[in-house]
Ligand binder design. Structure first.
Ligand SMILES: [Zn+2]
Length: 319
């Protein structure tokens, strides 16, 4: 937080959590370097956004690509536990720019979904979607620009984001101009701030955003938070909050479960599942996020289609 100014900042540096994400994937060969960098930046960005809005539910940052990267997902829970995965089909050059991975035919999209924890039946999660283009219809080549664009377009929030990732660290710095009247709200319900003529205050934001943008990728990856903040903002009056680490901080955790996989099988329908069993003898589903394998033999699969409603919670299953 910048003392006396309508500007807030947040820095995230994921090490163990990010290495866990990569280790899970390592079992199946890992990601091409450029995809690893993109996914790391997405994970850092999603963590910053979740910590920033403190939403009571999952924040999911997704890119639906039309190039070799079909889908990239980073999901962060309110307790900052996180998971991430990407689906890659085909070759990706080590230095592939964003558009070559996900926006080859101008069809790539970035979506941010807020899925409330206690969602009522029939209630839809809130989702905002932006194409991967700037104001002059130029293809955006940095994830940070995509998200800055999203924040301005969907949330009316001026945001400056610096992101970087390698195979050890996924890090990000977020600077945001605080709305002066009402709260601009990611969930879309809030009043839009009408503070465009607060020129003096904008100057403060602009100055701090320019300082933030001067942060280099290598600095963000290699320096600790203390050093980064001192180097960038030594002339500013910065009030720091205790960093969140350990069990309170970001860490890898997957929300997959046998029950959820069962629900997914049920949604595919009995015919589909029976035809898979006829072909393969069982249904095997792997979790893309953590690598867990769920196997359903014919008996397990049949049970998925028994109405769960007949079975009151807490009573042992019928075998
Ligand atoms: Zn999982």
């Amino acid at each position: 937080m910048f003392e006396g100014l309508p500007v807030r900042g947040m820095l995230v540096r994921l090490t163990d959590a990010w290495q866990d994400v990569l280790r899970r994937r390592g079992q199946t060969g890992g990601y091409p370097a450029a995809v690893q960098e993109l996914l790391g930046e997405m994970t850092a960005a999603a963590t910053l956004m979740q910590a920033n809005i403190k939403f009571n539910g999952a924040l999911v940052l997704q890119i639906m690509g039309d190039g070799p990267v079909k889908l990239a997902v980073a999901e962060v829970q309110p307790d900052l536990s996180l998971r991430a995965t990407a689906t890659v089909k085909g070759e990706v050059a080590a230095d592939a720019p964003l558009s070559h991975m996900v926006n080859v035919n101008n069809q790539g999209r970035c979506a941010i979904t807020l899925d409330p924890k206690d969602r009522l039946p029939g209630q839809q999660p809130y989702q905002g979607v932006v194409p991967l283009f700037g104001d002059r219809h130029e293809k955006l080549e940095k994830l940070s620009e995509v998200i800055e664009h999203y924040m301005l377009q969907s949330e009316q929030l001026d945001t400056r984001l610096v992101l970087a990732a390698n195979d050890k660290v996924a890090a990000g710095l977020l600077i945001q101009r605080l709305p002066l009247q009402g709260e601009a709200n990611l969930a879309g319900a809030g009043a839009v701030a009408r503070d465009e003529d607060q020129i003096g205050l904008n100057e403060d934001y602009n100055r701090i955003a320019i300082l933030a943008a001067s942060l280099k990728r290598e600095e963000l990856l290699e320096l600790d938070a203390e050093t980064i903040l001192r180097r960038l903002f030594w002339e500013e009056d910065v009030r720091r909050f205790e960093p969140l680490a350990g069990v309170q901080g970001p860490r890898f955790a997957c929300t997959c479960s046998r029950e959820r996989v069962g629900n997914m099988l049920r949604s595919l329908g009995r015919d589909e599942i029976e035809s898979i069993i006829a072909e393969q003898g069982q249904v095997e589903v792997g979790c893309d996020f953590c690598g867990a394998q769920y196997r359903f033999d014919p008996v397990d699969a049949a049970q998925v289609f028994l109405q769960p409603a007949i079975q009151p919670p807490g009573t042992p299953g019928i075998h």
